[in-house]
Design a protein around this ligand. Structure first.
Ligand SMILES: Cc1cc2nc3c(=O)[nH]c(=O)nc-3n(C[C@H](O)[C@H](O)[C@H](O)COP(=O)(O)OP(=O)(O)OC[C@H]3O[C@@H](n4cnc5c(N)ncnc54)[C@H](O)[C@@H]3O)c2cc1C
Length: 547
């Protein structure tokens, strides 16, 4: 029940949904413009992805020296990452440090879920309601609700009959889980599954992995941060961050490829792939040649190299063939990074079950039953089944306007945005790294900073010109969505049934959601749009009616 203090609506300049890396930077940046801001966060702590995903082995798959904020030179110089790829606890510690160092917490309200957001045309403001009964009025609404923040727990028949405990990777208990001596089942072999399986295998008595789709994974080659590497990187930080802006993935330090994979002999190509394999990381591998993501014949060479690696690492050849992906070109689904993933299948206590050929029929009191009738007895079940990606969090909020528009309806056939930043018909609502932007295909903190800076620039521009409303024209939105799809169609991405397409959610429209033309091209376009007086947007002045 709402308490008395909730009966008075709070008045802000900017209301934000979410206090992950995006919401926190937005507080800092927009506060710098003198705006009154506040972020509402469903979780009991800040950090978003890194607050929720506490499963064993959770860590970033972009090197931490890159996967960190760049907005403060002091911050990036003073923070020390103990390993090449930060673990979830380490990244969460970093985010909490940032929240304290920049005094962000006073504008964050935890344990509060935003249920609805309605744009009042007459008052020219967003009216946002929380699950605690509060009402917030604000000129601008910033959706920093995350792309991978709505966990997808499959609605298997009988899940509630299961006598053991079950978990989702994205809703992991804070106290951790001890699998010692248990028969554990893991459903899902995407990034989270690939990270947790080697660790659970070391604890559990028996681990059964239920795989529907094999994913490509490359070795991370994680290890302690080398002092010299850190020193050099930090000395070059400003140049490196600037150089990242001119790359497709917003990550600097990889030589730009100049040749097609098909320009070389098989031996030369494999030598290059081997050296990338030894180096570790995904960018280096996918960036080996100019055309790995646009030319199927080129991609086949890179895919086959990894499939052969899998065959050489996994002793049982039937298991190896199941683990070797054949239904999508490498890189067209999120490429996983691992530490001993494939080798884990050589352990006597680990087995792989192909649920593509024999689908999961349901959960029973004692485990899991397949369509063939085969039963697997389990003490604990882990769903590493991912998220309702990119649109899930926004669709859970009832976003409307007082003239009857509803975001869920506007996006019925797939998300429509202009630059992934705004939606036509929904003025003054900004989305950070939304569908139609390259966000999820990049080092996301760079994309977050680029979006927040663009949004800050737009709000500042409006203020300086005595304007108070911005929205994309329907024409600009349609043209952008068309462009996003055209670019995707010129690549190999549509060949994969991925979450980029909404393919992991039954009934979700199959539309390619991220912009895959590259961060560099995208940023240039955003900057040009702003420079041309916000081309494609309508900017106007609205005489606010006094309440
Ligand atoms: C396991 C995992 C590993 C990843 N590794 C990498 C990586 O290595 N490199 C990379 O670039 N990216 C990675 N990502 C992507 C990652 O999501 C982003 O890098 C980044 O953390 C996104 O920050 P965000 O603030 O935009 O969203 P989030 O971190 O998802 O934060 C959004 C917040 O909004 C809150 N929220 C949502 N809806 C509501 C609502 N209605 N009311 C109130 N609060 C709400 C959520 O609770 C959440 O805390 C990874 C993602 C996952 C899941």
């Amino acid at each position: 029940m709402p308490d008395a203090s909730h009966s008075v609506a709070r008045q802000l300049d900017v209301v934000m949904v979410g206090a992950g890396l995006a919401g926190l930077y937005a507080i800092h940046r927009l506060r710098g413009l003198g705006l009154k801001v506040r972020a509402y966060e469903a979780g009991s702590g800040v950090g978003g992805t890194w607050f929720w995903n506490r499963y064993p082995g959770a860590r970033c798959d972009v090197e931490s020296l890159e996967y960190s904020y760049s907005f403060s030179e002091e911050l990036q110089q003073e923070w020390k990452w103990p390993e090449r790829y930060g673990t979830q606890p380490e990244i969460l510690k970093y985010i909490n440090h940032v929240a304290d160092r920049f005094d962000l917490r006073r504008d964050v309200q935890l344990n509060t879920r935003i249920k609805s957001a309605v744009f009042e045309w007459t008052a020219n403001e967003w009216v946002v309601k929380t699950d605690t009964g509060e009402e917030i009025h604000a000129r601008y609404c910033v959706m920093a609700a995350g792309n991978l923040s709505t966990p997808r727990v499959p609605d298997f028949k009988g899940i509630h009959d299961f006598k053991g405990k079950w978990y989702h990777s994205g809703l992991w208990p804070h106290e951790g889980v001890d699998f010692t001596g248990l028969r554990v089942g893991v459903v899902g072999t995407g990034s989270s599954g690939v990270q947790m399986i080697p660790i659970i295998a070391r604890q559990a008595r028996q681990l059964t992995v239920f795989q529907r789709t094999a994913n490509f994974s490359l070795p991370a080659r994680n290890g302690p941060m080398e002092e010299e590497r850190e020193r050099k990187h930090k000395a070059e930080y400003p140049e490196r961050r600037a150089a990242a802006m001119d790359t497709p993935f917003a990550i600097a330090g990889y030589p730009k490829p100049t040749r097609s994979a098909l320009d070389l002999s098989e031996a030369e190509r494999n030598e290059a792939y081997e050296s990338k394999w030894q180096e570790g990381g995904s960018i280096s591998y996918l960036y080996a040649y100019t055309d790995l993501l646009v030319n199927k014949a080129s991609n086949d060479t890179a895919s086959e190299f990894v499939r052969n690696k899998i065959r050489s690492m996994v002793k049982d050849q039937r298991t190896a063939e199941l683990l070797a992906p054949k239904d999508h070109p490498i890189g067209t689904k999120r490429l996983c990074l691992d530490t001993n993933y494939y080798e884990t299948y050589n352990r006597p206590n680990v087995s792989l079950v192909d649920v593509r050929s024999d689908p999961i029929q349901g959960i029973t009191a004692t485990g899991l039953r397949l369509a063939s009738g085969a039963e697997h007895t389990l003490d604990a079940l882990v769903f590493a089944t991912g998220f309702d990606a990119m649109t899930g969090a926004l669709k859970e909020i009832d976003v409307r306007t007082t003239d009857g528009a509803a975001l869920r309806e506007h996006w019925e056939g797939g998300p429509l945005t202009y630059l992934g930043l705004m939606v036509s018909g929904f003025p003054n609502m900004f989305v950070i790294t939304g569908p139609g932007s390259p966000g999820v295909k990049t080092q996301m903190i760079a994309s977050i900073e680029q979006h927040v800076d663009w949004i800050a620039g737009a709000i500042d521009h409006l203020g300086r010109h005595q304007l108070d409303r911005i929205e994309p024209t329907p024409k600009a939105e349609i043209e952008w969505v068309h462009h996003v799809n055209q670019v995707a169609d010129s690549t190999l991405y549509p060949l994969a049934n991925s979450w980029y397409m909404g393919a992991n959610i039954p009934g979700k429209p199959r539309v390619f959601m991220p912009y895959v033309g590259g961060f560099d091209r995208y940023k240039k376009r955003c900057d040009e749009v702003a420079a041309k007086n916000y081309e494609g947007f309508t900017l106007s002045r609205h005489e606010t009616v006094a309440a």
